[in-house]
Structure formats: structure tokens, C-alpha cells
Design a binder for this molecule. Structure first.
Ligand SMILES: Nc1ncnc2c1ncn2[C@@H]1O[C@H](COP(=O)(O)OP(=O)(O)OP(=O)(O)O)[C@@H](O)[C@H]1O
Length: 603
């Protein structure tokens, strides 16, 4: 980050000298427009590019900035520069109100958010047009004094745009390298998983939205004076948000500098073909470039270049020691009192529109044990993990963890408190490397490490799970076994007190299962507490200290594995009929899981 910061400051200082070069005002105006679009596209990217919440309402916030400045400077005679912070605050305030509502509604994601922000633009435009803020004729700013910053008025506007562009780019850089940026990129890939790993998704989206819109508001404030005549017709157009989206996508939305590349390219391309027929040619060419980039370079120009560059350079490696348990687990162990009740569920119910997935489940998880959750398909095991980790809210009942009530808390608070989980079907963050996937929960989970320490520890967890060689790969390049182990590494990296493993062994070959069982043993031997949902009976019998059997959303039996698995009601629940169970043999047809019958026979 330091190098990027120095680069931005050096380029900014160099560009600040331009007004004194004696260029014709025309060129300064062109440069003004380039900087104007850089600021707008970069500010848009801060929420939308990083988190994937594409806003088509950037024009609304830009427009609020324009009208705030226009109103304050013309009606209240406030000096122009003083109106800019007000423009930022007004835009941020509107964004915060809109975001506070929109981000609370789970359904408002992706295209719904785009539509909502687009609708907000028309609402704002209508209000401004039909109130004294504009009233119809627009606001003239000819009488507003342009501050003396450069040798000429054109030079001053250029410097104002440069200042705002610098501010925006610096904000984008800082966010990119901060926890906020990491959280936003995780939200982009899988918001639910990000939340369950400790990312405060609501707060992060709201913060990024407000910041993005505050910056758009300042750009609007400057532009109001530049155009000197503000109208709703010119301000609240769909063309503006579309242009910033295209600029960001062209440059690359996953890098702070992507919108700079896209905005510069498009503005200069359009400028190169100004006037008459060539204007149409310019627009056509711009469209063609965009289509080619979107089709063949989905990461954008900069994203593509950076991928190529890192491939040339070769990835860095900081391997940990294979198989060695990182120190984190040792620390957790030292603080533990084995046997105490760590998690207690009381009469927990969960319904999904008439489907009663949990019908009053009560169970305890004791510190240091491996508790197996068993039961036929659809009996509620995963739902229990989902409510315990905060992925779903309970319908009734309560869950206490380490003496605190956690049912009702948002998932990120539960993760920060020390519960980590894996998903039955691995849900890695698709655009983050394996290493980044593991570092994220180390930053946001119970460990709450800073970025650098989290990365260092992630290397250790990769070594522990045998993924070091794949550290720089994307999850899509992993096989199922590796993806399952990645789930493992992510859950461990948060340094949880309770680790909930949801069918981590399903789909693995027998030798891969043996490897995973050995891994879970190593974690258990360090005193970790594990809740283990599994159908692979061989592993259940080998690993679990106690088991709880679910059936139709209720606890059917609990106790020592050998005892419980022989109870007729348990065998019946699994196999659909009462059958003979001897110490190690099961006879009969498996109705729910054929492999369970086989497994039971060998357990
Ligand atoms: N999001 C949801 N919406 C509607 N129904 C759901 C949802 N999640 C789970 N269910 C239902 O709740 C019941 C319990 O499902 P759950 O996934 O918890 O079972 P399970 O014991 O984990 O099964 P499996 O072993 O197949 O994973 C099922 O009837 C399932 O269809």
C-alpha cells in the first residue's frame, strides 16, 4: 500500500503543476473531464465494484451534491468551497437512509438493489424539480465566485477536479487495503458466508455506500460550478450511472485503480472523436471496446494485466510446517476447562414456511469433546448448525454459548464470539485465492488478527491441511477433497472455541476420509471442541465421544456412540424398519442412506 500511496501522491503533485504550463484552456477542460470521471467511477466502485452491489443511482447522489452546492452558494451566499463538505454530508445522509432500509431486507441484493437505486434517482429528481430547490427553471450559478486556485478559471476547475479525484482515489486505496475492503470483497462472493465468518456485512455495506455517495456528492458540488447552470434534466440522467459502471468494468472493478484506467480510456476515446460523424464513430468504437473487454477480459483491462503480471513474477510462498498444529489452537487449549458445558440449546425450533425443520431440540456441547450429530436425511442436523452459527434465526427456544445468549445475535457476532462452521457443500469465496480465503476468517473471526498476522497464520493452516501448494490458486481450481480441506482451514483459522463440521467427509474417497479423520483427530487432541455432522459411520465411531441422533427435527437419542447406534429406534430411523443390530453388524435395506447401512456394518 505504501508504494501505491507514494505513486498517487507523486502523480498528483506532478499533475498539480499543469495549470502553470500555459496550456490552452481547452486542454485543461479536457483534463478536468478526465479527472471528473475518474472521481465518479472510483467513488462508484468503492461500494459497487468491491461488494458487487451495483448501484444505478450514483446520479442521485451526484445530483444531491450539485443541488446542495447550487442552493447554498446562490440562496445563502455561502462561499463555494464551504458548500462542498455540505454536498458530501447531504449525499451521504441520503445514502445512509436508503441503505439502512435496503440493506436490512435480505431480498434486496444484486439486481433488486440496482433497481432500487435507479428508482431513488427518479424520486430525488422529482422532489427537486417540484420544490423550490429547483422549481423547474434550473439554478444559475454565474454569480457565484470561483475561488482563486490556479492562474486561470479553467486552471482552478482543473485543480478542484484533481483534488477531488485524489481524495477519491486515496479513499479507494485505503478501503482496498483495509478490513472494510476485505469484507466487501467477501460480500461480493458470498454475503451469507462472509457474515458467518465474522464480517459485519450490514455495517460494511452501509459504510461503503455512505462513503461512495459522499464522494459523488463532492464531485457533484464541483461540477455544479463548472457547468454553472444546474438542471434536473441534465443532472439525473441514466447515462451518468451507466457511464461510470462501464468505465469501472472496463478498467476492472476488483482493483482500486481499475476505474482510473476505464475512465481515462473512455473519456479520451470519446474526446478523440468529437464533432459530427466522428462523434458517432467514437461512441461506436467505445461500445465495441467494451463488448470485447467484457467478453474476453471479464476482470477488466487492469485486472487482466495484473493477472498476467503475477503469473510472470511467480507466486510468493511462505509455507508453514505440514501437519503441525498452529500455536493458535494451543492458546485456546490453555484457557479451557474440559467437560464444562460450552453450548446449550433449549427447545430450539425452526420452521420454514410450514416445514418444521427443528421441533424443540435440546442438547449440550461440552468443552473438549467431539459431539456427533446423526440422523437420516432431512432430520434437521444442518438446520441446527445453521441456527447455532446464526445463519438462520431460531423460530423459538434459545441457544447459550460460553454463558451468553447467542440466539438472536447476528451471525458475525456469533463468529466473533468463537463458533466456526463449515458448509456441507463447500462455499469458498470464488474470487479470493485459497490463502485469502483462509486469512479472512482469521481477520474477522474470534482470532480478530490484523491483515498481516492473519496472512502469516493462514499459511500455517494451509500447511496443516496440506494446501500449501495451492495457496495462490482460486477455489475453482481445487478438487473436491481440497475444497473440503479449504473449508476446514477456514473454520480453524478463526480460532474458534467450537468447530461445527457439516458433512466434511461426504464425497471423499476412502483414503481421503482416512486423511481427514487423522486431521480431525489432531485437532481434537489439541483440546478443540467439535460438533460433527456426518453420515460416514466409520468416522463417526472412530472420532465421536458422544452422539446425538436427530429424527424429524427432534432429538431421538443421545449418548456413547456404541450404545446409541444399537438402539432399535435409532436403527429404525436410519433404515426405515426395525432390524437386528448386533455389536458390529446391521442387516436390512437402507431407506435413507444406503451407505449408512454399509458403514454401520463396518463400524
Ligand atoms: N432454507 C430452507 N428452506 C426450506 N426448508 C428447509 C431449508 N433448510 C432446510 N429445510 C428443510 O428442513 C428439513 C431439515 O433439513 P436439514 O438440511 O437440516 O436436514 P439434514 O438432517 O441436515 O439432512 P442431510 O443429512 O440430508 O443434510 C428438511 O425438510 C429440509 O427440506
Amino acid at each position: 500500500m505504501r508504494r501505491s500511496l507514494l505513486l498517487i501522491l507523486a502523480v498528483g503533485a506532478g499533475l498539480a503543476a499543469v495549470p502553470w504550463l500555459g496550456l490552452p484552456a481547452f486542454y485543461e477542460s479536457i483534463l478536468y473531464l478526465v479527472l471528473h470521471w475518474i472521481a465518479l467511477a472510483t467513488s462508484w466502485n468503492l461500494l459497487s465494484g468491491y461488494s458487487g452491489y451495483f448501484s444505478f443511482g450514483h446520479g442521485a447522489f451526484f445530483g444531491i451534491g450539485m443541488y446542495t452546492t447550487a442552493t447554498l452558494a446562490t440562496r445563502f451566499d455561502i462561499p463555494f468551497l464551504w458548500t462542498l463538505p455540505a454536498a458530501a454530508v447531504a449525499a451521504a445522509l441520503f445514502a445512509a437512509i436508503l441503505g439502512a432500509v435496503a440493506f436490512r431486507v435480505q431480498a434486496v441484493r444484486a439486481e433488486l438493489f440496482s433497481l432500487l437505486t435507479l428508482a431513488a434517482t427518479f424520486v430525488v429528481a422529482t422532489i427537486i424539480l417540484n420544490t423550490p430547490i429547483d422549481g423547474g427553471p434550473g439554478v444559475y450559478m454565474n454569480a457565484v465566485a470561483v475561488p482563486q486556485m490556479g492562474p486561470t478559471a479553467a486552471g482552478t476547475f482543473y485543480l478542484l477536479a484533481l483534488g477531488v479525484a485524489m481524495l477519491t482515489v486515496l479513499a479507494a486505496l485505503v478501503v482496498y487495503h483495509s478490513r472494510l475492503g476485505t469484507g466487501l470483497f467477501a460480500i461480493h462472493d458470498d454475503e451469507d458466508v462472509a457474515e458467518v465468518m465474522g464480517v459485519p456485512t450490514y455495517r460494511y455495506k452501509l459504510g461503503a455506500f455512505a462513503l461512495s455517495c459522499a464522494l459523488a456528492g463532492v464531485v457533484g458540488g464541483v461540477h455544479a460550478l463548472f457547468v454553472s447552470y444546474v438542471t434536473t434534466g441534465d443532472t439525473f440522467t441514466i447515462a451518468m450511472p451507466l457511464t461510470v459502471v462501464l468505465m469501472s468494468v472496463l478498467g476492472g472493478t476488483r482493483h482500486w485503480a481499475g476505474p482510473i484506467v476505464g475512465a481515462t480510456a473512455i473519456t479520451l476515446l470519446l474526446f478523440a472523436f468529437t464533432g459530427g460523424d466522428s462523434a458517432i464513430l467514437g461512441k461506436g468504437l467505445t461500445g465495441l471496446v467494451l463488448i470485447v473487454v467484457i467478453l474476453f477480459m471479464p476482470q477488466g483491462l487492469l485486472g487482466q494485466a495484473l493477472t498476467w503480471w503475477s503469473a510472470q513474477r511467480g507466486a510468493s510462498r511462505r509455507p508453514g510446517v505440514p501437519g503441525q498444529v498452529p500455536a493458535a489452537i494451543e492458546e485456546t487449549k490453555a484457557a479451557a476447562i474440559p467437560g464444562e458445558v460450552l453450548l446449550r440449546a433449549r427447545d430450539v425450533r425452526k420452521s420454514f414456511k410450514g416445514v418444521h425443520a427443528l421441533r424443540g431440540v435440546s442438547l449440550e456441547v461440552r468443552r473438549g469433546e467431539i459431539l456427533g450429530l446423526l440422523g437420516p436425511n432431512g432430520s434437521g442436523k444442518s438446520t441446527f448448525i445453521n441456527v447455532a452459527s446464526g445463519h438462520y434465526a431460531v423460530t423459538a427456544g434459545h441457544i447459550d454459548f460460553a454463558g451468553q445468549r447467542i440466539s438472536g445475535l447476528p451471525a458475525h457476532r456469533i463468529a466473533q464470539g468463537g463458533i466456526a462452521r463449515t458448509y456441507q457443500i463447500p462455499r469458498p469465496f470464488a474470487h479470493l485465492t485459497v490463502l485469502e480465503n483462509v486469512a479472512l476468517p482469521a481477520m474477522f473471526g474470534a482470532a480478530a488478527l490484523d491483515r498481516r498476522t492473519a496472512q502469516a497464520e493462514a499459511w500455517q493452516w494451509l500447511a496443516f491441511t496440506g494446501l500449501t501448494e495451492r495457496a495462490h490458486a482460486l477455489p475453482a481450481d481445487l478438487n473436491l477433497h481440497q475444497r473440503k480441506f479449504l473449508e476446514f482451514a477456514r473454520a480453524l483459522a478463526s480460532r474458534p472455541q467450537v468447530l461445527m463440521l457439516d458433512e466434511v467427509l461426504s464425497g471423499l474417497t476412502p483414503s481421503e476420509i482416512d486423511e481427514a479423520v487423522a486431521l480431525i483427530r489432531r485437532i481434537r487432541d489439541q483440546g478443540a471442541t467439535i460438533v460433527f455432522v456426518e453420515h460416514v459411520m466409520r468416522a463417526v465411531m472412530a472420532l465421536c465421544d458422544r452422539i446425538v441422533v436427530f429424527n424429524r427435527g427432534e432429538v431421538l437419542a443421545e449418548g456413547a456412540p456404541q450404545d446409541v447406534m444399537q438402539r432399535p429406534e435409532v436403527v429404525s430411523a436410519y433404515l426405515g424398519q426395525t432390524i437386528e443390530v448386533r455389536e458390529t453388524a446391521v442387516v436390512g435395506d437402507a431407506m435413507f442412506k444406503p451407505n449408512v447401512a454399509k458403514e454401520l456394518a463396518h463400524a
